[in-house]
Design a binder for this molecule. Structure first.
Ligand SMILES: *[C@@H]1O[C@H](CO)[C@@H](O)[C@H](O)[C@H]1NC(C)=O
Ligand SMILES: *[C@@H]1O[C@H](CO)[C@@H](O)[C@H](O)[C@H]1NC(C)=O
Ligand SMILES: *[C@@H]1O[C@H](CO)[C@@H](O)[C@H](O)[C@H]1NC(C)=O
Ligand SMILES: *[C@@H]1O[C@H](CO)[C@@H](O)[C@H](O)[C@H]1NC(C)=O
Length: 448
């Protein structure tokens, strides 16, 4: 996702990994079960696909094209795009905003749900739950202020699925109305709910928890993982985690929490009050705030989910082919060959101690290592046995990350964050300079 502060990274790239010929290493491979209906007790199947289908090799195709008509009408998050695994989705956007409304932070956002198999059974699918931070200034204003004055940012609030409370009584701006309201959802005792947590924040890292309710994490980004049980999870901007929460507590009201953690140099004025409410159906008191407290077990850290927690369900193992590593001084590498493995070492030398999310457009990648301090080439151990796969992993502040991917999706794969430019990027800069005087909406190259 985007960052507001300049940082210095170096990247090394090499064609130095390959998969063994049999590719998949699994203890058992289940045959596809074409008669299996996706139901509350058989979520592992999905038409002719199942949780064991290798979607890197098998591309599902239902032949159906969805062209949803979405009316955002001021909603945040907006309406959901629903599709089945294998559908084509075409989205037309009519932008009638007077100002630029298509950039990431202040733009439109909404869930896209693709029905597919899961590693854990559940009764109800609540689609998505957006966690965000919320500023009363636009992202461009914040960026401008931070860039010009080096100011640390103070964000006013955070939202749970687009809503939260805020005390507007002191404001003289007529646009500030009331005190807002909290997100609420209803649980029916005994049911299991699937919720996709979506990190829709500009920058903060948010620890999600529901008082008294542990939950099962079963997917990171769009990749099914071997499920694990936890009391909370830290979600970074752009990350998605699918969780299953079981309504197995007393019929009562419980706080949902999205706690801003101090893993970045951005602060939130409402850090401990970004909350929603779970009300069990049949509870006597349907209006009061919950009286619950956060579990003492929930760690007070901003630690991202360790790699060891996220091995994918569909196992894949890489092998090193011994080719040497070479350094790319300018953070830019033209991958000329297709169908070749590359790996990228990213080292944060900024000394800011701020975590960054690293996103590769259009694909997921293998996360081979992630840690604090300096990566020592040849010494730091890479995890090649079923490493986590995702499209948005955390580069720890002052730390390193090693990612690998296969160049089988032609086009530009941009590893996104702010990198220091150099002569190598002249071609892009020239194109940008000739484009900006004629663009419809003026903006600087802040990437937001
Ligand atoms: C396929 O799924 C159906 C419905 O869940 C189940 O009854 C059947 O045993 C499964 N067949 C195989 C070969 O696993
Ligand atoms: C997706 O699954 C939901 C139930 O979870 C169902 O209502 C819907 O019809 C399915 N397909 C699409 C394209 O929405
Ligand atoms: C959050 O909002 C989205 C979009 O309006 C909706 O589809 C989803 O069900 C909401 N999440 C929950 C948990 O209610
Ligand atoms: C949740 O998990 C923690 C361990 O992380 C455990 O101590 C606690 O008892 C669990 N709580 C519930 C309600 O299952």
């Amino acid at each position: 996702m985007k960052v507001f502060l300049p940082t210095v990274f170096y990247l090394c790239m090499a064609a130095g990994l390959s998969v063994p010929s049999e590719k998949i290493q699994r203890e058992e491979i289940l045959p596809l079960n074409t008669t299996c209906e996706n139901s509350a007790t058989s979520r592992s199947c999905c038409g002719e696909q199942s949780i064991d289908t290798d979607h890197y090799d098998v591309i599902p195709d239902t032949g159906v094209t969805m062209e949803p008509i979405l009316d955002f009408d001021g909603t945040e998050p907006g309406p959901t795009i629903m599709a089945d695994c294998g559908d084509y989705v075409i989205v037309h956007v009519t932008n009638e905003l007077p100002d630029n409304g298509v950039q990431v932070i202040d733009g439109l956002s909404g869930p896209m749900n693709i029905n597919r198999s899961a590693t854990v059974d559940y009764d109800e699918h609540l689609v998505a739950l957006f966690l965000s931070d919320w500023s009363h200034e636009t992202a461009f204003e914040l960026w401008d202020c931070s860039e010009k004055f080096g100011a640390f940012l103070l964000i006013a609030n955070g939202l749970i699925n687009g809503t939260n409370t805020y005390d507007c009584t002191a404001s003289i701006d007529a646009a500030y109305l009331g005190t807002g309201k909290r997100f609420e959802m209803t649980f029916i005792s005994g049911k299991k709910y699937r919720i996709r947590l979506v990190g829709a924040q500009a920058d903060s890292f948010l620890r999600f928890a529901i008082d008294n309710h542990n939950f099962t994490v079963m997917a990171n980004d769009f990749v099914s993982i071997i499920p694990y049980f936890t009391d909370s999870i830290v979600v970074g901007g752009g990350q998605r985690y699918d969780i299953i929460v079981e309504a197995n507590q007393d019929v009562s009201n419980y706080w949902i929490r999205s706690i801003v953690k101090g893993c970045n140099v951005i602060f939130n004025a409402n850090a401990n009050n970004i909350r929603g409410v779970v009300r069990y159906e049949g509870v006597a008191d349907t209006t009061s705030h919950p009286q619950t407290a956060i579990s003492a077990n929930v760690p007070d850290s901003c630690r991202y989910v360790p790699l060891a927690f996220l091995p994918p369900h569909r196992s894949k193992t890489l092998i090193e082919d011994g080719k040497s590593v070479f350094s790319e001084a300018y953070n830019l590498k033209e991958a000329t060959a297709v169908n070749e493995w590359v790996y990228v070492v990213i080292q944060d030398l900024s000394a800011l101690n701020a975590n960054h999310l690293m996103d590769v457009h259009g694909r997921d990648y293998y996360v081979l290592a992630q840690g604090a301090g300096l990566l020592l080439l040849g010494i730091t151990k890479l995890n090649l046995v079923n490493p986590p796969r995702r499209d948005m992993a955390t580069l720890p502040g002052n730390g390193f990350m090693v990612m690998a991917f296969y160049t089988d999706n032609l086009g530009e794969s941009e590893i996104e964050s702010i990198i220091v430019t150099s002569g190598v990027l002249d071609k892009s800069c020239t194109a940008w300079n000739s484009y900006t005087p004629n663009e419809r909406y003026v903006h600087d190259d802040s990437e937001i």
